[in-house]
Design a protein around this ligand. Structure first.
Ligand code: PXP
Length: 239
């Protein structure tokens, strides 16, 4: 059975919309674990737009399952990761102007650079995952760089505008998963997965873990909304 790890970045995004201290992604992580999540994921971005250093530190102290730190492959983040020691690091591309991670890492463009980053992280005892597009060249490059895990980027699939497009993009994911499995990678998948587009993935038992954030936070806002309104009404009615 595949594992499901919850990305709590967007709990922090809601917090940062007000610049105050609620909702706390650390509390959300604890609740996710109580609900059965197999892991917690957060992305410490260079601009700290959602998760910040305090969140990462407290998540490291409190996460009981597995903490996966997503980060850009840059010196600052390598230093932080080696200090915090997450259970896994996922290397992702990062652009300041993007709303969210837009594509997989282009490992193929700078294999020597990534090989060095992987060696430094693995030297600190941290397994490394590469977040890459379902592209054979990228999978091969991730293998050459010594990655332990590949996380297949499902964002293009999730953005498909028609059924044939979705089928076509899912086929690319299937081929990538088969190739990565043949290379003995551990395989994850994520980005843009939601309560309906995840269904075809039952045909891919090679995928060990799903990384899901936005759709869970979005659903939590709606399924929790009535209760939150009722609780405030009850409070005011008690005046
Ligand atoms: N995997 C990676 C590498 C990501 O950057 C993200 C987004 O932070 C996710 C998975 C989760 O994507 P989503 O929030 O769309 O579920």
């Amino acid at each position: 059975m595949a594992r499901m790890a919850v990305n709590v970045d967007h709990v922090a995004t809601i917090r940062e919309a007000r610049g105050i201290d609620i909702p706390d992604p650390v509390l959300a992580a604890g609740l996710a674990e109580l609900a059965g999540a197999d892991g917690i994921i957060c992305h410490l971005r260079e601009d700290r737009r959602h998760i910040d250093d305090r969140d990462l530190r407290l998540l490291r102290e409190t996460v009981k399952t597995k903490l996966n730190m997503e980060m850009a492959a840059v010196d600052e983040m390598v230093t932080i990761a080696l200090m915090i020691k997450p259970d896994v690091v996922t290397l992702v591309p990062e652009k300041r102007e993007e709303l969210t991670t837009e594509g997989g890492l282009n490992v193929l463009a700078q294999p020597d650079y990534y090989k060095d980053i992987v060696a430094r992280l693995k030297g600190g005892g941290i397994p490394v995952s590469f977040f890459i597009d379902p592209d054979p060249g990228q999978i091969q490059a991730a293998h050459q760089c010594g990655g332990d895990i590949v996380e297949i980027h499902t964002g293009h699939y999730s953005e498909a505008r028609s059924e044939p497009e979705a089928v076509n993009r899912f086929k690319k994911i299937t081929q990538a998963v088969e190739m990565a499995f043949g290379l003995e990678f551990r395989i994850s998948a994520g980005h843009g997965l939601n309560y309906s587009n995840i269904k075809p993935f039952k045909t891919l038992p090679q995928i060990e873990e799903y990384s899901i954030g936005h759709s869970i936070v979005a659903r939590a806002v709606l399924v929790g909304f009535e209760r939150a309104v009722r609780e405030m009404i009850d409070l005011i009615n008690g005046f």
